[in-house]
Design a protein around this ligand. Structure first.
Ligand SMILES: O=P(O)(O)OC[C@H]1O[C@H](OP(=O)(O)OP(=O)(O)O)[C@H](O)[C@@H]1O
Ligand SMILES: Nc1ncnc2[nH]cnc12
Length: 183
């Protein structure tokens, strides 16, 4: 049959729209830039749909996104799944009582925080960020959510950089890890 519209694998479409920027923000870092993906409405929707089909039967209570790029994907996903959204923020940004965790990432050190009442004990949480490199950021966020008693059903990223070891570290914990693509 003649099909004039070529099929494009959604994962390949997403992967093809991650831009490589060498030596940013520091020499030696290959920065994986997600902004071209956000500019492409078909790819952005395809990406959110990957997560919706993956999690629509998992009875999630909340999506948690990590400051700042995790907010973009996490809030779109929370809307699509019909659940609430919680931000894990960099230190000093949240106005109410917080719990915090310090960590190291590929190009520096930081502290993340979440409001003490942001998730409730036993709530089923999907944790989302754009990328996992060393895993420092994602593991710090998991620690905070578990400290508040929630059940992190999955820690998910759009991009995994396995050579930097983060996904292997997360795989050694009890928290399942998922990424859409690797570089
Ligand atoms: O696995 P890791 O080595 O911890 O690195 C991954 C983290 O680094 C980036 O965030 P960044 O702190 O640059 O913040 P941004 O989203 O505000 O740009 C990225 O969005 C992840 O959160
Ligand atoms: N190589 C990288 N590209 C984009 N974000 C990052 N966060 C940590 N390492 C990164």
């Amino acid at each position: 049959m003649n099909n004039p519209i070529p099929y494009q694998d959604p994962i390949e479409l997403v992967r093809s729209l991650i831009r490589n920027v060498p030596d940013w923000p520091k020499p030696g870092v290959m920065f994986r830039d997600i902004t071209p993906l956000l500019q492409d409405p078909r790819a952005f929707r395809a990406l959110i749909d990957i997560f919706v089909y993956r999690h629509m039967r998992h009875k999630l209570d909340v999506v948690v996104g990590i400051d700042a790029r995790g907010f973009i994907f996490g809030s779109a996903l929370a809307y699509a799944l019909g659940v609430g959204f919680v931000p894990v923020r960099k230190q000093g940004k949240l106005p109410y009582k917080t719990v915090s965790a310090a960590y190291t990432l590929e190009y520096g050190d930081a502290v993340v925080e979440v409001h003490q009442d942001a998730v409730k004990p036993g709530q089923r949480v999907l944790l989302v960020d754009d990328l996992v490199a060393t895993g420092g950021t994602m593991l710090a966020a998991v620690k905070l959510l578990q400290q508040l008693g929630s059940n992190v059903v999955e820690a998910a990223a759009i991009v995994d950089l396995p050579a930097l070891g983060g996904s292997s570290l997360i795989a050694k914990t009890d928290t399942p890890f998922f990424s859409v693509c690797t570089f």
